[in-house]
Design a protein. Structure first.
Lengths: 756, 262
């Protein structure tokens, strides 16, 4: 026994094989604990148990999802790998965007912490994903936040909206990262389980890529950044891997607390470390803290590491070794440094006033050995902790209720189109999100070429050439509820279309898969179908998944959220000066609708407004999406269009309204020819959510060229109107005229009414 | 010790927007504190205006011979105490304070957002900033009126001219006692005023002020984010509505460069 805390040492574990350990309280199952004992050939020490329990949690080990996620790798073709510099498995994927530049991006969830403590949960969600980006050697350049809340008028929704929005702003704004997009969705399915996903993107030169491995025997291991405290202990195992249950006590202590100032200093300090080439390997500390960093660094490198845990700088001196190993205190990094570079490393730390402690060194023993006061408290093969966790083939089956739901197609319509458009555009999901996005800095760094409310966020990477990237995240839980395979393909199609609409060539994918409990076979089926659909769709569109995150157990009581695969697509621009905004400006430009409109109102926003969720989601044709994207990217590059907006939720009605409101410029629209061509009624023309569609505004001088290109590619186009700067109204001729002032008031009033 | 503030990767010297070679001879220092965010943006603005931007580190004791200083926006030291309250004690602030109060020929100093807050904490400018009256961080394109075009930082504008520049802050509500406010008004030291709806509750719609000599100016909005076509606000008070085309803020930077060359 160690002197300070009655610490359970390896020697003690060997001497007392019968001692009972609280493995169940730490979230391990009987079979998992038995496996730990089998691996070690003895019972684990308390500290070892802490490490295995967090690293083998659902959140860290992907034990329920791993078997399915392999498809993302298996279905990647050589052509898809062309731009991939680092694929799945590292802190974030890295994509080549040309001229020696690379981009790293990833989306992650922080759902459960954000429900317990909205401000800190959301704030540390941003902090965590940004550290993933730094660890790849990149400068973070932007963030995005796909958010999903319960019903807008539920008594608990305002608490979550205020806390989560302020938390994202409070952290991201203080880091100097522009927030360039995201989503805000309200649906009662997320009532007790909001989704807070955070995406970050970073930029680096090819030669600056850093990986998380500890190589070079004798190299030193250093922990730097914030001190280790008692916050977030067991966050991954306890919060992220379990459902909420009213009967259990408050889990507030398991939520981490963020310090954005410390993280901003950490960003600049790490970039200086990279520039000076004084770190060999680096890893951020997120879920599972030091347990994760030491075991992953060691197992990805030369296989051994020796750590003296008493060297860890603490905020709270009463923490036990197990707690220190599990703590999820924020704003910490671990690096591997050669002895020769130690002094240079220390000089950079001192310049930025960042605390650090040398914890140990890399060994070739194949063992991760952790000592406390000179006694060994952990002696494990790090691979068994980091990579050899349990893998479950969870049973799954198609939900019995699905046939009934799919048979229940939406039948409603509305004779008053004007009132219907106003109702749609003021509805919680289609209303202006300015009240949220105005709390985020979209200007800082001076490279934002597009942000909300345009289709994608666009960031310039190279000032000299204008080289840049576009990003969009999308998901539709309602579509996925009706058909998870198609829902995943629809999410990818929309994000892909959004990026192309902005004028960028889609290149790569990140995803955050938010689902209920994997122990429910029906939820597990939704998950399996989603992964299959997304992997198939990525292959068809030729864009690889580079990384992401799975968030399971998103349910309260027995009710799971809608399956919600948030898909982020990254695209590249040769010159961001070519980006296309979502609204038109020039009088007399022709407005074209690209694509075909079918009667597809099942799962639509209009059906949602009527409280209906049934039938089958819109048909997705990825070959058509590919052609549409090529049309949009080429038109943008060759200056054939001045505005483009994709059609998705809310259909043509939403797209026309948003395009007019973007710069406050009206238009005269005719839909009768469209109705005749596609065999639909005016209501369907406006509210159907058929895929593969976009509206564009074309200068008169470019109309012939634009039409020729669409004809050559055999893509359906129809001239549906003309931009009218005089009128200041959306005039759908023969049906209704909607003054923009009235539309704007309806569109912008909803969020302030509920939350201001 | 000096710090290079890297852009993304290594910073390439930006080609000067101006053909007047003499402007490039004016050296404008931009201070970086821990937690400063808009330093690289302020440096870009100086370069686009034709000057030479010099990075200054808060811990240094040397102004590196600069002709003017910009204290940029951000959350220095996290703004955990009062915005700017810790930064004012930085070694470099002693140098700046001494040089800015040196009578005629005093150093021109511009404080933007957090920089304005630092200047009030350092008592180079009167008043103080408290939390926005909405209690939220607010980012929006803001219309301003240039009330005083005689300062070193506003001489490229006409008095009464309106400009649009981004506003983005949490603690942007300018407050001072009535006597100070009357004095500022009476001496023409209100440099910028919000036009239209007051965004944060600032007294008398004040967005920016100067010291009595006119060499020190502070404002909450961010002129450095309205200097480059394609990356500014959508609208411009000077021209047509254009996609992120507003460059109304550039005049602040050209003003001081021309004054210093002249």
């Amino acid at each position: 026994m160690s002197k300070k805390f009655n610490i359970d040492t390896v020697a003690n574990a060997e001497a007392t094989p019968g001692q009972a350990l609280p493995w169940a309280e730490l979230g391990l199952k009987q079979n998992e604990y038995d496996r730990v004992v089998e691996i070690l050939g003895r019972r684990p020490t308390g500290a070892e148990l802490a490490m295995y329990s967090v690293m083998w949690s659902e959140h860290c080990s992907y034990k329920s999802s791993k078997l399915h996620l392999r498809q993302f790798g298996d279905k990647v073709t050589d052509a898809m790998k062309e731009h991939l510099l680092v694929g799945i498995g590292e802190n974030a994927g890295v994509v080549d965007i040309g001229d020696g530049w690379a981009v790293t991006f990833k989306v992650e969830s922080h759902n459960h912490p954000s429900f317990v403590e909205p401000y800190q949960g959301a704030a540390t969600g941003v902090g965590g994903i940004v550290r993933d980006i730094i660890s790849m050697g990149a400068r973070p350049v932007a963030v995005m936040d796909p958010l999903r809340f319960g019903a807008i008028d539920h008594p608990d929704t305002a608490r979550l909206v205020h806390g989560i929005v302020a938390g994202i702003g409070g952290y991201g704004n203080s880091l100097g990262l522009p927030n360039i997009g995201g989503e805000v969705v309200f649906d009662s399915s997320y009532q007790g389980n909001p989704l807070v996903n955070a995406l970050a993107v970073g930029v680096l030169r090819h030669e600056d890529i850093r990986l998380a491995n500890a190589s070079g025997v004798g190299n030193r291991v250093v922990l730097f950044g914030a001190r280790t405290g008692g916050d977030g202990i067991g966050g991954a195992s306890v919060l992220a891997s379990e459902s909420f249950d009213d009967a259990k006590p408050s889990k507030r202590p398991a939520v981490q607390v963020g310090d954005p100032f410390a993280e901003k200093v950490l960003i600049e300090c790490c970039l200086e470390l990279f520039k000076a080439s004084v770190v060999e390997g680096i890893q951020d500390l997120g879920a599972a803290g030091i347990s994760c960093a030491t075991s992953e660094l060691a197992s990805n490198g030369d296989g051994g590491m020796h750590v003296e845990l008493t060297k860890v700088l603490l905020r709270d001196p009463t923490l036990t070794p197990g707690e220190i190993l599990m703590s999820e205190s924020q704003e910490r990094m671990m690096a591997v440094v050669t002895p020769a570079n130690a002094a240079a490393f220390e000089a950079i730390m001192d310049k930025w006033n960042v605390e650090y402690s040398w914890l140990g060194e890399v060994t070739d023993t194949g063992r991760l050995v952790i000592e406390w006061d000179g006694e060994t408290i952990v002696d494990v093969d790090p691979r068994t902790v980091a990579h050899d966790g349990p893998v479950y083939e969870r049973p799954y089956h198609r939900p019995v209720w699905l046939d009934g739901v799919q048979a229940d197609s939406f039948k409603g319509s509305s004779p008053d189109l004007r009132a219907a458009v106003l109702e749609l555009m003021s509805s919680p999901n289609m209303c202006s999100k300015d009240w949220v996005t105005n709390q985020f800095d979209r200007y800082v760094q001076g490279n934002t070429a597009l942000a909300m409310p345009d289709d994608a966020g666009v960031i310039r990477v190279d000032e000299a050439t204008g080289l840049g990237v576009a990003l969009s995240t999308d998901a539709n839980g309602r579509y996925s509820y009706l058909n998870p395979y198609e829902g995943a393909r629809l999410a990818l199609a929309e994000a892909y279309r959004n990026v192309a609409t902005s004028g960028a060539k889609p290149l790569a994918v990140t995803d955050c898969l938010n689902f209920g409990s994997p122990e429910d076979p029906e939820v597990m089926w939704q998950f399996a179908e989603t992964v299959r659909g997304l992997a198939d769709a990525c292959q068809e569109l030729g864009v690889p998944v580079t990384g992401g995150n799975v968030s399971l157990y998103n349910q309260t009581g027995g009710v799971a959220i809608h399956p919600t695969p948030v898909v982020g697509v990254l695209g590249v621009f040769d010159d961001v000066a070519r980006r296309t905004p979502s609204g038109w400006r020039e009088d007399g430009q022709a407005i074209y609708l690209l694509g075909t409109t079918r009667n597809e109102l099942d799962g639509s926003e209009w059906a949602n407004l009527r409280g209906h969720l049934g039938g089958t989601p819109p048909v997705v044709d990825l070959a058509a999406e590919k052609t549409l994207a090529a049309v949009l990217v080429n038109s943008s590059r060759d200056g054939m269009i001045d505005a483009a907006h994709d059609l998705s939720e809310g259909g043509l009605a939403a797209a026309l309204s948003e395009a007019a409101l973007r710069f406050g410029v009206g238009a005269r629209i005719g839909i009768d020819e469209l109705c005749e061509r596609d065999g639909i009624d005016p209501f369907t023309a406006l509210f159907s959510e058929s895929q593969g569609r976009a509206i564009v505004s074309v200068p008169r001088s470019e109309e012939v060229r634009f039409n020729d290109m669409c004809t050559a590619r055999n893509y359906p186009t129809l001239r549906i109107g003309v931009v009218d700067t005089e009128k200041s109204a959306l005039d759908v001729q023969g049906h209704f005229t909607l003054p923009l002032a009235e539309l704007k008031e309806a569109h912008e009033g909803t969020l302030p009414k509920h939350f201001a | 010790m000096s710090v290079e503030t890297p852009l993304i990767g290594d910073f390439q010297p930006f080609p000067s927007a101006s053909t007047e070679g003499s402007l490039a001879g004016v050296r404008v220092g931009v201070v970086t504190f821990p937690g400063t965010l808009d330093d690289r943006d302020a440096m870009r603005a100086v370069r686009l205006a034709g000057g030479t931007a010099i990075s200054l580190w808060h811990g240094d004791h040397d102004l590196r011979g600069v002709d003017a200083v910009i204290i940029p926006g951000g959350f220095s030291y996290g703004d955990y105490l009062r915005a700017g309250a810790i930064s004012r004690f930085a070694p470099l602030m002693e140098q700046i304070t001494a040089a800015a109060t040196g009578g005629s020929g005093a150093l021109p100093v511009l404080g933007i957002c957090n920089g304005f807050q630092v200047l009030t904490e350092a008592h180079l400018l009167p008043g103080s900033m408290i939390k926005n009256n909405s209690l939220h961080f607010l980012c929006r394109d803001q219309r301003l009126r240039v009330e005083n075009a005689d300062t070193l930082w506003t001489s490229d504008y006409a008095a009464g001219e309106e400009i649009v520049v981004p506003l983005k802050n949490q603690d942007g509500q300018f407050v001072a006692d009535e006597h100070t406010l009357d004095e500022l008004e009476g001496e023409g030291r209100v440099v910028f005023r919000y036009v239209g709806e007051n965004p944060n509750g600032s007294r008398r719609d004040i967005a920016g002020i100067s010291n009595a000599a006119g060499n020190v100016v502070g404002l909450m909005p961010h002129p450095e984010h309205a200097v480059e076509p394609g990356f500014g606000p959508d609208s411009s008070a000077r021209g047509e509505v254009d996609l992120r085309g507003g460059t109304d803020g550039l005049g602040i930077f050209t003003s001081v460069l021309k004054k210093l060359v002249g």
